[in-house]
Ligand binder design. Structure first.
Ligand SMILES: *Cc1c(COP(=O)(O)O)cnc(C)c1O
Length: 230
C-alpha cells in the first residue's frame, strides 16, 4: 500500500511540476512519518523515499537511531528550546523556527557541536488558524536577526495552511508566502538564501507546487490516516 501511495504522490508531484513549468528536481517530497512505525518507513524507503518529516523531537530521535543514516530527517513541528540539543546534528533542516530565542538556542548548540544548522522561519500566513509561526510583517526582522547568529543558515520559509476541503482555498496563502520570500530575497541579506519554500500537505501539495513550493510535506497521502488514540 505504501509503495503504491508513494508512487501516486510522486506522479502527482511530477505532474504539478510539469504544469507549472518547473523541473522535478526543484521539489523535495518529504514523507511525513509522524506516529507511524519504523516498519512503514522502511517500506517508504524501498519505494524511493529519502526525506522524512517528524513533528516530535523524541520520535525523530528514536527513528533516527533505528534507521539507515543516509535518510534525511526534517523537524516540522513546534520546537521547544530545551529540546534543541537533540535535533541539531540529527535533522538536516528545522522547518519551525518562529522566535529569535529559539534561533539563538539552535545557533548555540551548532557552535558547541561545531556543525552548521539549516533553518526555515515558520510564518503564520493564515493567522487565525495556527498558534505557531511569526506574522508576515515580522518575518523579515526575524530572518535578519537569525542570519547574524553563528553556525546558522536561513534557507527559506515554511507555512502550515489550514485544513480545507478545496485546495484552491489555500492558493492565496501559498502565493503570499512565495511573495514574501521573493521580497526578502531581493534585499540580498548576508547569509539569507530564501531558496526553500516548505508548504503544502496531503490535501493541497499540488497547488503549493504550482505556487512555488520547493518542499512538500505529505503524511496521510503516503502512510494513510493517523490514529492518535493508540
Ligand atoms: C502532520 C503534518 C503534515 C502532514 O499532514 P498530512 O495532511 O497528513 O499530509 C505536514 N506538515 C506538518 C507541519 C505536519 O504537522
Amino acid at each position: 500500500m505504501i509503495a503504491e501511495n508513494y508512487r501516486d504522490v510522486e506522479e502527482n508531484v511530477r505532474k504539478a511540476c510539469e504544469r507549472s513549468g518547473r523541473d522535478r528536481s526543484e521539489v523535495t517530497l518529504i514523507a511525513v512519518s509522524k506516529t507511524k512505525p519504523v516498519s512503514m518507513i522502511r517500506e517508504a524507503v524501498d519505494a524511493g523515499a529519502v526525506d522524512f518529516g517528524e513533528n516530535k523531537v523524541q520520535e525523530l530521535c528514536e527513528k533516527y537511531e533505528q534507521l539507515p543514516k543516509d535518510l534525511r530527517w526534517h523537524l516540522i513541528g513546534h520546537l521547544q528550546r530545551n529540546k534543541v540539543k537533540y535535533v541539531v546534528g540529527r535533522a538536516v533542516l528545522i522547518h519551525s523556527v518562529d522566535s529569535l530565542r529559539l534561533a539563538e538556542e539552535i545557533s548555540k548548540e551548532a557552535v558547541k557541536k561545531d556543525i552548521q544548522a539549516s533553518i526555515l522561519v515558520e510564518v503564520n500566513v493564515a493567522e487565525e488558524e495556527s498558534k505557531f509561526g511569526v506574522k508576515v510583517e515580522d518575518t523579515e526582522e526575524l530572518v535578519r536577526k537569525a542570519a547574524l547568529l553563528p553556525n546558522i543558515h536561513v534557507q527559506g520559509l515554511m507555512t502550515i495552511a489550514p485544513y480545507v476541503e478545496d485546495p484552491e482555498a489555500n492558493r492565496p496563502i501559498f502565493r503570499r508566502l512565495c511573495k514574501l520570500a521573493v521580497d526578502i530575497k531581493m534585499k540580498n541579506i548576508d547569509n539569507v538564501h530564501m531558496d526553500v519554500l516548505s508548504m503544502g500537505m496531503t490535501g493541497d501539495y499540488q497547488v503549493a507546487i504550482e505556487e512555488g513550493a520547493t518542499m512538500v510535506r505529505v503524511g496521510t497521502g503516503i502512510f494513510g490516516d493517523r490514529n492518535y488514540t493508540v
